[in-house]
Write a protein that binds this ligand. Structure first.
Ligand SMILES: [Zn+2]
Ligand SMILES: [Zn+2]
Length: 290
């Protein structure tokens, strides 16, 4: 018997909506007012954004959304590793006990994304032990835009593979974390979602029905039996990653057709797409069952 592939994606090509969940404004240390930030993201063609000022739930009700869907949020900052509070009904106190923070966010109907684990000169803003011990967060930033020009690494797929290899169900997010103009449109999340309603977008994020990108466009992700197929308009190569950061396959081209071997004992595979320049996209993991 072959392996059974659990895919977070729906059959069919999209529809896809693009958004950024990590946006600072003049309500904390961003350079644009909340309305100007919304305007700037609308001009980029985004479909949704979340304003995430530091330890402050910036009101969005009075903003002109410019056709986008606005999500209420903030970045829980003081006293510990930074975490996004997605769908923030109210401010949650940034207690040192981050597990208590996650539990409160979850009880309020929100989601937590652990931010930029590899930020700072020691590349260790959130150490792996903390990521391992905390429970109930939805995902981690596998790419954090502002860290391109800050100390450490924007990329944190290493942390992700360590979690996934322990059977943790955490999704990979790519967020600008924009503070200045140069940070805007560096990366984004693309949800497979037929509705532009906030609730529908949040549900897609909650169940991992999205991919993360710095420029590679994925048109369709298809699972057929034991094969995973990815169709892109601008990818030039793919890496299939599996447990503990191992690379199971490297394929050139704009389409991937990967067969999961019957004999593999992998917990998961995920696909990294490489495009022009330094652009990439990352699918969510496909969990494998016997
Ligand atoms: Zn932060
Ligand atoms: Zn931030």
């Amino acid at each position: 018997m072959g392996r059974v592939i659990e895919s977070p994606y729906l059959p069919g090509a999209g529809p896809w909506l693009r958004g950024n969940l990590h946006t600072h404004t003049t309500e904390s240390d961003g350079n644009l007012s909340p309305q100007a930030a919304v305007d700037a993201y609308a001009a980029l063609g985004h479909d949704f954004i979340m304003i995430s000022d530091h330890d402050r739930v910036t009101p969005i009700g009075q903003l002109d959304a410019r056709g986008m869907t606005l999500l209420q949020g903030n970045e829980i900052t003081a006293n510990g590793p930074h975490m996004l509070h997605v769908n923030a009904a109210a401010k949650v106190e940034p207690l040192r006990d981050r597990q208590a923070v996650i539990d409160t966010v979850t009880a309020l109907g929100g989601m937590v994304i652990m931010n930029h684990p590899n930020w700072e000169s020691h590349f260790n803003h959130c150490d792996q032990r903390t990521l391992d011990m905390l429970r109930g967060y939805t995902g981690i930033e596998i790419y954090n835009g502002v860290t391109l020009r800050a100390e450490g690494s924007p990329l944190a797929t290493d942390r992700w593979d360590m979690l996934l290899s322990q059977d943790r169900r955490v999704w990979g997010f790519a967020d600008d974390d924009n503070h200045d103009d140069i940070d805007r449109g560096v990366c984004w999340n693309v949800v497979q979602c037929a509705s532009r309603e906030a609730e529908a977008i949040l549900e897609a994020l909650r169940v991992g029905r999205f991919y993360a990108s710095t420029g590679v466009v994925i048109d369709e992700i298809r699972v057929e039996g034991s094969r995973i197929r990815v169709f892109s308009s601008n990818a030039q190569a793919f890496h299939v990653q599996c447990d503990h950061g191992c690379t199971a396959a490297r394929v050139n081209g704009s389409e991937l057709d990967f067969e999961v071997p019957d004999t593999s004992s992998w917990r998961y595979v995920r696909v990294e797409c490489f495009g022009p320049g330094a652009s990439q996209a990352w699918t969510q993991p496909f969990f494998l069952h016997s």
